[in-house]
Design a binder for this molecule. Structure first.
Ligand code: GTP
Ligand code: SPV
Ligand code: MN
Length: 594
């Protein structure tokens, strides 16, 4: 197809091509034949490396520029006509000023290159939940990733018909110049412009840019929610499946929880976990008054380091075919890939993520600069290749959510799990989330920062208005999910994680679901409902009741310190923080001083 019938699409592409001046324009049609041509071309230029096709069929390796390895929150902008609509937590630029500034960077940026047109759908093509985007890019790597992460092709254009309702995404790698790297969102125009990066979250525009920043803006207008949440189904021995949505910040365990394998104790009884999504959920009120969720994505863009046969065998199996690896170690002997935490056999003859020979003997766990794989190295893999993918993955209606779980990475303060009192209190619990920063975004790692609902980098409007939207949604859901908070990352005096985590997190999910069904009592504390230590099943674990009590402890002093930090954060968000949340904060403070 040279041109589609949609005049809005064509006019926009003409305009963008006049600015970027590509040598040619190629439409991505979603066919395997075209995808293979693109892979071959990218191999011939060195953009990707074909891996061992017997061991890793249809798998490839890519290395980004060394200065371009994570999302750049400092260079991510929300460009609303009024600054206050973007809010204090987002970076803001005036839309006109931003278009002007970036036009200069895009001008002629595709000379000598091809502009690829990627029509994609977030959500099952043509379903009520789905939304369409078109990404223009000069990168084959982006095309190949989008072919995995989203539903791409001619059928998307058919579904669009002659409508103007699509998200216009423009991306150019340009010179990958850090100083001129911009990830800009124009929610009022359904537009995203990204320039001078070639890394995942900055350039796969269907993901964070559209499915969270633009979609959260649309969701507020249209009465639904776009959240940084995994979705999983927990099946009991009778075949009954309950669904949980969980929001953890980047690199804090969503993919791992979404694909967990139950501990032996539960496996033997016949419990199973099914993955619906690992990163993003779009949620709406269903006709039955419950909250229903879909995963708008088609694949996983998962953290590679730490993924292994024990921690996440399902993710590992998913990456054994049709996968693009980014910034991992290249094992030259087998032409395969490796990363820290895969196994105890680092390859002897290897190339690191920067493209240099790598000597594993010089690897020092405490010094990230000696890593073979970048700490934020990733795999891009098809959801349908996941052994535990839910039968509801392609459902048009999504799945009904019984529990929403918030969670952060916190060495202290937050207990293993607690339950909020109701939707309003649960919204408060989400709003005061905090987590140690990770390598998923550029900047310092391990610093505690407030990250409401794990959405701090992804809300496309004012954070106070976002909290208000949560409260408003609560009033519209006759049968709302119960809201919980978890923390897998509490550490002991030596800095070691106390809770075993990974598959054993199922033990906590079991308590959560039991609470949803009023099957277990809880202890009423200052922060909410905490399990009785004996109600978390520790059969088969080498931790005892005392450790469980330690994990569940509410340390009043550190919570009081947290309250001060929350006050400062609410102030920083500004005057749109709902009064209801200040009431909740006052209640918490009062409870803590009792
Ligand atoms: P994004 O894709 O960036 O949104 O990350 P994510 O939230 O999906 O995180 P992921 O599941 O990839 O986990 C990130 C890191 O946390 C990996 O290094 C995991 O090994 C580690 N991790 C995940 N779950 C647990 C857990 O239960 N306990 C511990 N200690 N570490 C965990
Ligand atoms: C995250 O950082 O939350 C990710 C990876 O899921 S990225 O696509 O880069 O946003
Ligand atoms: Mn994420």
């Amino acid at each position: 197809m040279t041109k589609c019938v949609n005049k809005h699409v064509n006019a926009w592409i003409d305009e963008m091509a006049a600015m970027t001046k590509p040598d040619q324009i190629v439409w991505i049609d979603g066919s395997e034949e075209q995808a293979q041509k693109l892979r071959d071309e990218a191999c011939s230029t060195g953009e990707i490396i074909k891996l061992n096709q017997e061991l890793l069929p249809n798998c490839y390796l890519h290395r980004t520029a060394v200065n371009d390895v994570a999302r750049v929150e400092g260079r991510t902008f929300i460009c609303t006509s009024k600054k206050e609509d973007a809010g204090n937590i987002n970076n803001w630029m005036d839309p006109k000023e931003c278009y002007d500034k970036l036009s200069k960077l895009f001008e002629g940026s595709m000379k000598g290159r091809t502009m690829y047109v990627i029509p994609y759908s977030m959500g099952v093509v043509g379903s009520d939940f789905a939304k369409i985007g078109i990404e223009l890019t000069d990168s084959i790597y982006v095309c190949l990733n989008m072919l995995i992460m989203t539903r791409v092709g001619d059928h998307v254009l058919e579904a669009l018909g002659d409508s103007a309702d699509f998200v216009k995404g423009l991306h150019a790698r340009a010179d990958v110049d850090e100083e001129n790297r911009y990830i800009c969102h124009f929610p009022e125009d359904n537009t995203i412009w990204s320039v001078n990066s070639g890394y995942g979250g900055n350039v796969l525009l269907g993901k964070k840019c559209f499915a969270l920043r633009i979609a959260s803006y649309l969701g507020r207008k249209e009465g639904w929610m776009a959240e940084h949440m995994l979705i999983l189904g927990l099946e009991d021995p009778n075949g009954d499946i309950k669904y949980i949505a969980a929001a953890f910040p980047s690199a804090c365990g969503k993919t791992n929880l979404a694909m967990l394998i139950p501990p032996e104790y539960y496996r033997n009884k016949g419990y199973k976990v099914w993955c619906v999504g690992d990163d993003i959920a779009w949620l709406r009120v269903g006709p039955d008054g419950r909250l229903w969720a879909v995963n708008p994505e088609n694949g996983f863009f998962g953290v590679a380091p730490g993924t292994n046969e024990k921690s996440n065998p399902n993710a590992l199996a998913t990456t054994r075919r049709d996968t693009i690896f980014t910034n991992v170690v290249h094992d030259l002997d087998n032409n395969t890939v490796w990363w820290e935490g895969l196994d105890d056999n680092p390859p002897a003859n290897a190339i690191d993520w920067k493209g240099n020979p790598w000597d594993y003997k010089k690897y020092d766990k405490k010094d990230k600069s000696t890593c073979g794989a970048h700490p934020n190295s990733r795999f891009t893999a098809l959801a349908k290749n996941c052994p535990c993918i839910s039968s509801e993955f392609d459902s048009q209606t999504g799945v009904p959510i019984s529990a929403i779980v918030f969670g952060g990475r916190r060495a202290k303060t937050a207990p293993l799990v607690y339950q909020s009192r109701d939707w309003q209190n649960g919204t408060f619990v989400g709003s005061i989330m905090a987590s140690e920063t990770t390598a998923a975004a550029s900047g310092a790692v391990g610093v505690v920062r407030r990250d409401p609902m794990a959405m701090r980098p992804f809300v496309g409007y004012d954070m106070g208005d976002y909290f208000q939207h949560w409260l408003n949604m609560g009033k519209k859901i006759p049968n709302p999910p119960k809201i919980f908070h978890v923390n897998w990352f509490r550490t002991d005096e030596e800095g070691k994680f106390i809770w075993p985590g990974f598959g054993d997190n199922m033990r906590v999910l079991m308590w959560i679901l039991a609470r949803c069904e009023d099957k277990v009592e809880a202890v009423d504390t200052a922060i909410g409902f905490i399990p009785k230590a004996e109600d978390i099943n520790i059969e088969g674990l080498d931790i005892g009741l005392d450790t469980m009590k330690e994990l569940l402890k509410v340390d009043t002093q550190s919570w009081k310190e947290d309250v001060e930090n929350i006050k400062a954060f609410y102030k920083e968000i500004g005057d749109r923080v709902p009064a209801e949340l200040y009431d909740e904060l006052a209640k918490l403070e009062e409870n803590l001083s009792k």
